[in-house]
Write a protein that binds this ligand. Structure first.
Ligand code: UDP
Ligand code: MG
Length: 138
């Protein structure tokens, strides 16, 4: 059993597809074990994406991730990290496979609707970034 962090980004919340996105995860056997809707500050978004601090898109990305509410979710299931990445599709929606969340909803490489942890190490950092132990129950 594995846990991963997924985020419905501000563009996804604005498009009113929170339920549709969670449905796609549940349909593939993943379970929600923690969930909340929050609006983070620029600093909080910068801390979350600290691994990208030297990338050219960091400033714009963290503006975007703090422009409106997001939904942060811990999903649990067998191979949850890889499964979520597959359901999300490629970072650039133009390269995302048909039927993936990003192919269906993302506007461009930045406003790409969802986040998913990319490794067990990042999942641990990301889950602990938004949730306390008390908020997660399997
Ligand atoms: N991003 C961007 N421009 C790029 C690459 C990434 O704006 O050229 C944004 C995009 O929102 C992406 C996030 O930065 O989801 C994190 O990038 P990463 O390479 O980790 O992609 P992901 O793991 O989200 O597919
Ligand atoms: Mg990533």
């Amino acid at each position: 059993m594995e846990r991963t962090l997924t985020i419905i980004k501000p563009d996804g919340v604005e498009k009113n597809v929170i339920g549709e996105i969670i449905r796609r995860y549940e349909e593939k056997g993943l379970r929600v074990v923690a969930l909340k809707r929050i609006k983070q500050t620029k600093d909080e978004a910068m801390g979350f994406y600290i691994v990208h601090k030297d990338r050219p898109f960091y400033d714009s990305l963290t503006d975007f991730m703090s422009e409106g509410p997001i939904v942060v979710i811990v999903l649990e299931g067998e191979g949850a990290i890889a499964k979520v990445r597959e359901i999300m599709g490629a970072t650039n929606p133009e390269e995302a496979a048909p039927g993936t969340i990003r192919a269906d909803f993302a506007a461009n490489i930045e406003r790409n609707t969802v986040h998913g942890s990319d490794s067990p190490e990042s999942a641990e950092y990301e889950i602990n970034y938004y949730f306390s132990q008390l908020e997660i129950c399997g």
